[in-house]
Design a protein around this ligand. Sequence first.
Ligand SMILES: NC(=O)c1ccc[n+]([C@@H]2O[C@H](COP(=O)([O-])OP(=O)(O)OC[C@H]3O[C@@H](n4cnc5c(N)ncnc54)[C@H](OP(=O)(O)O)[C@@H]3O)[C@@H](O)[C@H]2O)c1
Length: 288
Amino acid sequence: MTSASPPSIATCPTVPLSNGLQIPILGLGTSHQGGYSQQAVLFALRECGVRHIDTARRYGCEEQLGVAVRESGVPRGDLWLTSKLWPLDYGYQSAKQACRDSCARLGVEYLDLYLMHWPDCMVGGRSNREVRAETWRALEELYNEGVCRAIGVSNFLVHHLEELKEDGSIRPHVNQVEFHPFQQPWELMQYCQREGIVFEGYCPLAKGQALTHPKILRLAKKYSCTPAQICIRWSIQNGIVTIPKSTKEERIRENSQVFGFCLEAEDVTALTTLHDGRHVSWDPTHVE
Ligand SMILES: NC(=O)c1ccc[n+]([C@@H]2O[C@H](COP(=O)([O-])OP(=O)(O)OC[C@H]3O[C@@H](n4cnc5c(N)ncnc54)[C@H](OP(=O)(O)O)[C@@H]3O)[C@@H](O)[C@H]2O)c1
């Protein structure tokens, strides 16, 4: 795979949101964990055709990312930028302010997607449901004002989504959840599909843990590609928007070269047997 010249990620397939927007199925993650590399983001934008970047206030790199985007010369309209609202900013006024602050740090007038990062509101004295509903109202307004072209949630389980359905008027466009061979929440995915919520998977490499599994190594050999490419391609073939993160230029190139091959159906199925329920990020199971 790595020696071929597959279609650029700039022409990568997209997934339609319920409001008609198209989100590129592959993006680049950023994070506070494992560092952030300005050079790597620039490389992704300039050399690999990456046009979808995932960030969050929590990651502390919005400002640097904004600089990279401007330096890259990629027109704003060609780029999909997602950011996330951290729970300490939940609440109607603070959510609106936090979104505008994220835009200011990124140096953009709008976000393509803005997500509530986590279902637990981390505030005392009020129920999570009440605070989530109030926060969601702020996101709905930001959406109606055009500050966010799409709005969604992250780490929400079915009961969180059901409550939001009752409490809000706009259905989340996206739910971003941990998804990799060891963590496959199919029921949640099917729920999202039924409700018209696009399922986006994070940690597609299980933070690197999937890259040494014998079954994945075997498939990498079979398809003459790398274990990371197997994991990313598998997510994509499951129709899942995926955002692998790397701070290394060559790995970003590798991770973006996943459109020149196709896993056979039996291999897609074989990877579904690797689910063992482990979370490599956080686990929202006990969040009310
Ligand atoms: N919504 C949420 O709550 C949430 C939670 C976690 C993550 N996320 C998002 O999802 C993105 C991805 O998640 P993640 O970074 O935690 O996990 P990941 O993408 O599964 O794995 C990243 C790790 O794998 C390494 N790596 C990347 N490409 C590689 C390759 N080709 N070969 C070998 N190693 C490789 C990276 O190291 P190097 O950087 O050294 O290459 C890093 O240690 C994040 O950046 C963030 O945008 C969202």
